[in-house]
Design a protein around this ligand. Structure first.
Ligand code: FRU
Length: 488
């Protein structure tokens, strides 16, 4: 069996090997820079570096290798997640400089590690916050360790990571995700005047324990003053309508500013996405002031696989999503950035209860003005449904799910739905992006896609999408990682 029908045409994946979190998303010197957690020796050693894609328009991307790899004792077992900060005019002749902040991961199994401490929560791990700078985003200079394991407040276990740094009111702030000694997730807030010396400000905790670890903290600060604290909590128990993945990702709308927040109300936590394959998103603001989110369209969940037929790559990223505030709820709406519309080819008529065939595995389907229950069905295999007050996705053929189950959330009324199908990556956006599902789907062979809608709707559209990435994947030369001191 060929897995060509699973190939991606407009979603980013590593050219070879493993990808997880997006890192350092930003606009720099007019182009979009998107780094990511990359292990190109997968499925062997779990050694992370930062891979890089660059784009002029969030649609066409170039693979630019692995600009940050383990190279100092403090990051010898992984260049973990982090962010970038554009330093305007800080380079020679007033050029902009890109500064990266990330966590250097060190495994110390040879030292005083208690083997019963399986997660290396209290022994056997170091986490250092490290910075390095670049004139072009591709070549980084000397690494400086800003914070070491022993520098974190006494409340912290050894799980501290994923710096998010931003500038506000003339100062720099850094959020770190952390696990309290007493086993609950939290953030650390640091502040700095110069980017080199960082002073601990305070913890940000939930009123009641909410998961055992918060990874990948992020921020959204809208022009109207609304602020949102985003993070990816581990250890939330699965409940009927929420927290179905092994780890979750979401945000809490704040009554005030992030930098003044010490306690959040965990009951306000909103999941970004209800699909099987979504975690550790990053947010950034681009030069035109838009807040954009990119997520890992993947997960660490062992209940399902992302390589059912031995693909040479594992996982991908979501398309960039524009974040807007829903005036009715104050929550965030997510929609694919409008730039992606340029990939739409000639429209294929889509009529209710008639099967349409798109001559491509890459497609964009939009149904608007929906009245009542119905479903969109792809290849008689994957269904996006709205029934009895629930919106969800289901797999009609178990082998195409590679272990995934049905997912749904309660919803009063479905007004519109948009589905991006890109080989084996599927993103569903409903009600103008108020509800989102991202999952993988491993349908059978074929070069076309059958689409059937049973929704009574004002309008329905289907477009093939241009494949703008497969050539890059075919030609990208993924370098191999050098593993200084690797002792696993
Ligand atoms: C989240 C995460 C981060 C860490 C990175 C390592 O998926 O666990 O907390 O920095 O992945 O790859």
């Amino acid at each position: 069996m060929s897995n060509a029908s699973w190939e991606l045409g407009f979603h980013l994946r590593s050219p070879r090997g493993w990808l997880n979190d997006p890192n350092g998303a930003c606009q720099f010197r007019g182009e979009y820079y998107l780094y990511y957690q990359y292990n190109d020796s997968w499925p062997k050693a779990d050694q992370k570096a930062w891979g890089l894609f660059v784009s002029p328009d969030l649609v066409h991307w170039r693979y630019e290798g692995m600009p940050i790899e383990p190279s100092i004792p403090e990051d010898r077992h992984g260049v973990y997640s982090g962010c970038t900060l554009v330093e305007h005019g800080a380079g020679p002749n007033g050029a902009d400089v890109l500064r990266a902040f990330y966590t250097g991961n060190v495994v110390c199994l040879d030292q005083a590690h208690n083997p019963r401490d399986v997660g290396r929560v209290y022994t056997g791990r170091e986490a250092h916050e490290i910075t390095c700078a670049s004139a072009d985003g591709k070549h980084f200079g000397e690494k400086t360790v800003l914070l070491r394991t022993q520098d974190y407040p006494w409340e912290c276990s050894l799980h501290v990571r994923d710096p998010k740094v931003w500038r506000q009111d003339g100062r720099l702030y850094m959020l770190l995700g952390a696990r309290h000694l007493c086993n609950h997730g939290m953030c650390l807030l640091y502040v700095s005047n110069d980017g080199w010396n960082w002073e601990f400000a305070h913890l940000i905790e939930a009123a009641y324990p909410f998961g055992y670890m918060w990874e990948c903290p992020n921020i959204v600060q809208l022009a109207d003053g609304s602020e949102y604290l985003a993070f990816s909590p581990q250890g939330l128990p699965r409940q009927r309508d929420r927290w179905h993945n092994v780890c979750q990702a979401g945000y809490i709308p704040l009554p005030g500013r992030i930098v003044d927040t010490r306690e959040v109300d965990e009951r306000d936590f909103v999941e970004w996405d209800h699909g099987h394959d979504f975690y550790a998103p990053q947010t950034f603001v681009d030069d035109s002031g838009r807040w954009i989110l990119v997520g890992w369209l993947g997960s660490f969940d062992h209940r399902w696989t992302c390589t059912p037929d031995g693909l040479a790559w594992c996982h991908c990223l979501t398309v960039p999503r524009l974040l807007r505030k829903d005036p009715a709820t104050g929550l965030l709406l997510q929609t694919p950035v409008p730039e992606l519309d340029v990939l739409r080819g000639e429209e294929v008529p889509l009529a209710v209860n008639e099967e349409a065939r798109i001559a491509s595995r890459h497609a964009d389907i939009v149904v608007q003005g929906i009245d009542g229950d119905g479903a969109l069905t792809f290849d008689q295999s994957l269904q996006v449904f709205f029934e009895h007050g629930r919106l969800g996705i289901r797999y009609l053929q178990a082998t195409h799910a590679a272990g995934r189950d049905e997912r749904s959330v309660p919803l009063d009324c479905l007004r519109d739905v948009r589905v991006l199908v890109d080989g084996s990556a599927v993103e569903v956006y409903a009600n103008d992006g108020a509800q989102v599902f991202s999952s993988r789907w491993f349908s059978g062979e074929g070069t076309s896609l059958a689409v059937h809608t049973s929704f009574a709707a004002r309008e329905a559209h289907a477009w093939p999408m241009e494949d703008v990435l497969s050539e890059m994947y075919a030609t990208a030369q993924a370098p191999s990682i050098t593993l200084p001191g690797w002792n696993a």
